[in-house]
Design a binder for this molecule. Structure first.
Ligand code: BGC
Length: 938
């Protein structure tokens, strides 16, 4: 296969352009066609947010093209350099505040104050003003409803007021991960408003394509923008640190607003403008056995070519269960339509996408997906508000689509919303008690134990014998000792030397014996928008999840992820930890940037398209976080209390689609609790629903260092109860520092001996893992028939290096790193890794000499993972041999170290590390704060 970076960049750029959502465009302010002079305001113009923060934002890139960078490259636009200089000068005294790392970055940067004079002067020199507002948020850090976070800061409001006072054309751009508060009056004063989201490393180009009109906007909102944050029905409970009752139930986003609170909406779900005008005409509607076909003819009535999105919504009768006024059940984007041209769009809707789940028996069919009797209205149009009735059909008797068994219901009682819709009365919500259940998981597990396969001992069979059909998987796994079984469920990481350096985990052939049996080590890396390779390897950073979903373009999503898949193959990465597909339950969730939408159908479609792309070139993705991971605050512990109906219709739906339609083969459970039990130990979630109901036959992994608990014993949650994890059929614990030893003290073998965990259960997980690995590129690497990728046009940067050549040195107490023929010329890199027995303080000694004079400076930057941790500046020695000593703190088992030589002239004679002080792993944090050291390797 061929990976052409030009095509990659072009596809990502198109994705950014198609994902930008134009909310307002008075008097054709946009596009900025012809020659125009523009003044760019907002200090974030120099610091484009390519993504949010945390694991999903750590792709190392060789460049970032922000909006300003792209505008500066435009031939027809003249960016006001004088104004730019004002910003640059201010910036010198007010540098960008990076924060202090993981979950500590500020949500926004202080804005530069501007004067009336400056705004007035700029307005005289320019035709239009562009104001860029930037926000970030991310893992472990929700957004907050405060100024400078979800809301504009005082200085931003002042900036917008002043600019709009003098300019007749002000274009407001949002460089954010997901939606922001838009209630301030000043926003109304802008002539054009565009959500640009976070577009990855070349995001600025896609935005410039829209601003200049090279691409006509066709992005549509995937969330409702309400007037106030309090208007979202989840706001009251969102962020609760102990227990979060999902009282709004299925009425998330537009399902709530369109049913009972239309007036609270500023921009409806699915909304987005174009530079041209489209007509959507319903051509036909057909209903056969609840399967719907809606045909819509889209015509471009305007003067510019463009794309339009047709959206189909269903309104089911209120019936005994209560229903949202609209449910998205289908959508499609047109091709590029030239002025005057039309296209017929045919949308097929299956009953599963508009059925309801009866968790209380009100329809007479408990634990069933039903179509209640009554009238169904089907709408088609350009957003949830502007959709005309395409057809009406009647179901005379309530129908059962699927009888299930009732799973995951809450244990604790609470009340949920349900609508009251009466003729002549304003629609409103009332409360109803949520059906609760007894705890049933253990009983279910006991009644469904897999049969044990009799142990045969090692017969010399290899995994290849299964793949080639010579033996069955049962026969293969029959060879596993108890020890093999306890190893294979341990994922190893982060930064395991068994796979691509600096990635999240290795899984499968993690011990010597498993490796000898021909089981490959699969390699996982974050995810979701490009590969995170912490050793500093550069990768392509893709647009964020919200942006991708706003494109509503499934073919384009699939194409982009095919390209990512090829990049993964070429970096020996099998499994990307994404798509992230939790629901945008509330706009303040820190990780909304990674996720797609408030709507589960759209979420499922996007995930399935990404998986199709990845699978088409042999790699895969891990759908995460399964399920109900909708806030970051106290995510390791918080209990999400969700009715079974809301789980089925909202929070599990997207995952179900990713499994059934996208053939997902890898799932990550969450950190927290779902209805009282940590998800990694939930049998009903990981076995009953995922596997029995949906037919999933892949692997389930925990989130990194997650806790596990057993139903009924929440107080006992810990990181070592692997036995419960396996009983639930969460196959892999992510991650253990060394998978071939029980370093972290998991209870697998103890519980096996005690009989509370069976060999059959362990064998079942071992088979899941082996089966999944058999179609990963890792397998083909193992049998020495690796998938090949020919790379074209990959940009080369001076800090690129060959990852295959990284050697890991085991350090008991001292190691000397061989330096044979070390190239220390300008621009070269020396990369190696340590695998230490003990974390602690080490003495790093560098023996060196230089032929240069004493005053020569030769800086060498030291990076650990991808982060620069220190610069050692050598001086010339007139040829004399000297030694340099540094105290370094190694706080992780595996560290990858890169030394970058920015100047030629120093020669290394010796390099060694010796342990000077062991540190107890439990006291690392304390040691970080109290110990004296020069450089810290994490
Ligand atoms: C995140 C996951 C991520 C994992 C590995 C966790 O903190 O929640 O989404 O894939 O780390 O980096």
């Amino acid at each position: 296969m061929v990976l052409d970076y030009k095509e990659y960049e072009q596809t990502a750029r198109q994705m950014v352009a198609e994902g930008c959502v134009l909310l307002k465009n008075e008097a054709d302010t946009l596009p900025l066609s012809g020659k125009q002079k523009v003044a760019v305001f907002g200090r974030i113009q120099r610091h484009y947010y390519k993504s949010g923060t945390g694991s999903g934002g750590m792709v190392n890139v060789h460049k970032v093209v922000g909006i300003l960078d792209a505008l500066l490259e435009e031939r027809n636009l003249k960016v006001d350099k004088k104004l730019l200089k004002v910003y640059d000068q201010w910036e010198k005294k007010n540098p960008f505040n990076e924060g202090i790392g993981w979950a500590n970055e500020p949500w926004s940067q202080e804005e530069m104050p501007i004067t009336d004079e400056l705004a007035a002067e700029c307005s005289e020199r320019n035709d239009a003003a562009v104001i860029i507002i930037g926000r970030t948020a991310g893992e472990d850090k929700d957004n907050v409803n405060e100024r400078g976070a979800f809301r504009l800061s005082e200085l931003e409001i002042d900036l917008i007021n002043k600019v709009t006072k003098y300019f007749s054309k002000t274009i407001l751009l949002y460089n954010t991960g997901s939606i922001m508060d838009m209630q301030e009056e000043c926003i109304e004063k802008c002539q054009a408003i565009l959500y640009c989201w976070q577009g990855g490393m070349i995001g600025g180009y896609g935005v410039a394509d829209i601003l200049t009109g090279r691409v006509n906007p066709s992005g549509r909102l995937t969330d409702t923008i309400a007037r106030h944050i309090e208007d979202y029905p989840s706001t009251g409970s969102f962020g609760d640190l102990v227990r979060n009752y999902y009282k709004e139930d299925i009425y998330v986003g537009y399902r709530y607003f369109e049913t009972v609170a239309k007036e609270k909406v500023l921009y409806p779900f699915g909304y987005g403008l174009s530079y041209t005008e489209f007509k959507q005409e319903i051509v036909s509607f057909k209903e056969v056995k609840n399967k719907l076909t809606v045909t819509v003819e889209v015509t471009n009535l305007g003067e510019r070519a463009g794309k339009e999105v047709v959206q189909v919504y269903v309104e089911a009768p209120q019936g005994a269960l209560g229903k949202p006024a609209r449910v998205l059940a289908g959508f499609e984007k047109t091709k590029l339509l030239k002025p005057g041209k039309s296209q017929k769009i045919i949308i097929k809707v299956s009953p599963e996408s508009y059925a309801s789940y009866d968790d209380m028996g009100a329809s007479g069919h408990r634990y069933c997906y039903v179509l209640e009797r009554g009238q169904y209205h089907v709408y088609a149009g350009r957003n949830v508000r502007e959709a005309a009735c395409a057809g009406v059909f009647e179901i005379s008797e309530t129908q059962v689509l699927e009888q299930l068994s009732g799973c995951m219901a809450p244990i604790l009682p609470y009340k949920r919303m349900r609508p009251v819709i009466k003729q002549g009365e304003a629609p409103r919500m009332r409360e109803e008690a949520v059906p609760t259940e007894e705890e049933t998981e253990q009983k279910r597990r006991d009644e469904n134990l897999p049969e044990e396969i009799a142990y045969t001992g090692d017969l010399g069979y290899q995994l290849r014998d299964v793949a080639d059909g010579r033996i069955t998987m049962d026969e293969f796994v029959a060879q596993f000792t108890d020890d093999d079984l306890s190893c294979i469920i341990r994922g190893e990481g982060m930064g395991s030397p068994k796979v691509t350096p600096g990635t999240a985990a290795a899984y499968g052939g993690v011990s010597e014996h498993l490796d000898q049996m021909g089981i490959p080590c699969g390699c996982c890396s974050d995810g979701p928008s490009g590969m995170r390779i912490d050793c500093g390897m550069k990768a392509f950073s893709l647009p964020n999840g919200t942006l991708i979903a706003c494109s509503y373009n499934l073919q384009l999503v699939e194409k982009l992820f095919t390209l990512l898949g090829k990049e993964m193959v070429s970096n020996k990465i099998d499994n990307i930890l994404g798509p992230g597909m939790n629901i945008h339950r509330n706009p303040l969730n820190g990780r909304n940037f990674e996720y797609f939408s408030e709507d589960p159908y759209l979420t499922g479609k996007m995930a399935a398209a990404q998986l199709r792309g990845l699978h088409s070139v042999g790699v895969t993705g891990t759908i995460k976080h399964f399920a109900g991971n909708n806030q970051e605050a106290k995510r390791l512990k918080v209990d999400s209390v969700i009715s079974e109906r809301a789980l089925r219709e909202i929070y599990l739906k997207g995952f179900e689609m990713a499994v059934r339609e996208g053939q997902a083969d890898s799932v990550m459970t969450t950190y927290g609790q779902l209805n009282g039990t940590w998800t990694a130990g939930r049998y009903e979630l990981n076995t009953e629903i995922l596997r029995k109901e949906w037919g999933f036959d892949g692997i389930v992994m925990t989130d990194w260092w997650a806790k596990i608990s057993c139903q009924g014993k929440p107080k006992e949650a810990n990181q070592t109860n692997f036995a419960q994890m396996i009983r639930a059929q969460n196959d892999l614990y992510m991650v253990c520092p060394k998978a071939d030893t029980n370093k972290t003290g998991d209870n697998t073998l103890d519980e096996l001996e005690a009989g509370s965990l069976t060999r059959g259960e362990l064998q079942r997980s071992a088979m899941n893992i082996c089966r999944q690995l058999m179609h990963m590129p890792a397998y083909f690497r193992k049998i020495e028939k690796p998938l090949e990728v020919e790379i074209l046009n990959r940009p080369v940067t001076e800090d690129d290096f060959d990852m295959d050549s990284i050697v890991y040195y085991d350090v008991k107490s001292r190691v000397e790193i061989p330096l044979d023929a070390l190239d220390t010329s300008k621009g070269s890199n020396f990369v190696f890794a340590l695998a230490v027995e003990h974390v602690g303080i080490y003495d790093m000694k560098i023996g060196y000499h230089s032929e240069l004079l004493e005053l020569a400076q030769i800086p060498v930057t030291i990076f650990t993972q991808s982060v620069p941790v220190g610069v050692v500046t050598f001086n010339g020695t007139n040829g004399e041999h000297r030694e340099l000593n540094r105290r370094v703190f190694v706080s992780n088992k595996y560290v990858i170290i890169r030394m970058h030589f920015a100047q030629s002239g120093v020669n290394f004679d010796k390099l060694s590390f010796s342990l000077s002080e062991k540190i107890d792993e439990a006291r690392i944090q304390e040691a970080v704060e109290t110990k004296k050291y020069d450089i810290r390797f994490t």
